[in-house]
Ligand binder design. Structure first.
Ligand code: ATR
Length: 286
């Protein structure tokens, strides 16, 4: 790693909590691999301090930051500019320094797309089920629209939340692209259809490794590919159930890796090679 000196540029993570983040490993490893004088540190920002944090970051000449829970939407009013994809998604996880303020991007969804490409998972023309109807599920629905999925069905415990997202995204789509279904109604899906299923809830996250949104094995007969956005544990119960019914299953580790890589590319204007990406994944011990 380049020694920290008067030329070192600083990036960081704005969120709360930030103690368990892997982002410093991603970015400090990338700085080493690309031989750029950059240093990445976590900043825990308490409730009510977000505007001061963004202004302070700018005043301190930070090159950029990531933004995580609970501030991905709340940060938007404090930006100078927002990338159109991030605006459509309604969530920003990366701030990039520009003249007079930060520009906000979403690299989570491009990161997921790059991960799915690397895993050989096709979106274009696919019929997709999403489990969940939170901020992540909404973002995934927008990504799937952008990348040419045929249709999306959001399955959720609370039907109204899935309906709201479907409605909002259908306005963006200008057609009937997304629809909603309650979790327990999955039996109403056509019997002969198999889907790409994206698991976009926090159910099954460590230490609740044995939890899963839908337990019933007959659901998993409808799944040709299961993509869990959780990366800890590396093999969730959802993934196990998919595989037990003959489907392919992936976790969220590559999404985490690539959202970081895309942010780093935005900050530094460099292109990270696949070999460098592999080395970062190794450093993350995923
Ligand atoms: P995020 O913004 O990160 O997506 P969120 O808004 O808390 O997080 O959304 C979490 C999702 O997980 C929701 O879809 C939630 O279902 P509800 O909308 O019914 O709350 C879903 N979820 C959380 N715990 C669940 C559980 N035990 N069973 C089924 N779904 C669950």
């Amino acid at each position: 790693m380049k020694a920290i000196d008067g030329h070192t540029r600083t990036c960081g993570l704005i969120g709360n909590p930030v103690e368990h983040t892997l982002s410093p490993v991603i970015h400090n490893t990338l700085a080493e691999l690309t031989n750029i004088g950059l240093c990445y540190v976590p900043f825990r920002v308490e409730e009510g301090q977000l505007e001061a944090a963004v202004k302070g970051a700018y005043a301190l000449n930070l090159l950029g930051t990531n933004v995580t829970v609970p501030y991905k939407s709340d940060v938007i009013p404090f930006l100078k500019e927002i990338d159109p994809l991030a605006a459509r998604i309604g969530a920003v996880n990366t701030l990039v320094r520009t003249e007079g303020g930060y520009k906000g991007y979403n690299t989570d969804m491009p990161g997921l797309y790059r991960a799915m490409c690397a895993d050989g998972v096709k979106i274009s023309g696919e019929k997709v089920l999403i489990l969940g109807a939170g901020g992540v599920a909404r973002a995934v629905t927008v990504l799937l629209l952008e990348k040419g999925a045929k249709e999306v069905i959001l399955l959720n415990r609370t039907l109204e939340k899935a309906e709201r997202i479907a409605q909002e995204v259908n306005v963006l789509a200008g057609r009937n692209f997304a629809s909603a279904m309650a979790n327990e109604d999955y039996g109403k899906l056509p019997a002969d259809e198999r889907y790409l299923v994206i698991q976009a809830t926090s159910v099954g996250l460590h230490p609740h490794d044995e939890d899963v949104v839908i337990e019933d094995r007959s659901f998993y007969e409808k799944v040709h590919t299961g993509y869990d956005l959780i990366f800890n544990p590396a093999r969730t119960k959802f993934m196990r159930l998919v595989e037990e019914q003959g489907g392919r299953a992936f976790n969220g580790a590559k999404m985490l890796l690539y959202q970081g890589i895309i942010a780093y590319e935005l900050w530094t204007g460099t292109e990270v090679s696949e070999e460098q990406a592999r080395l970062v994944a190794e450093a993350m011990q995923l």
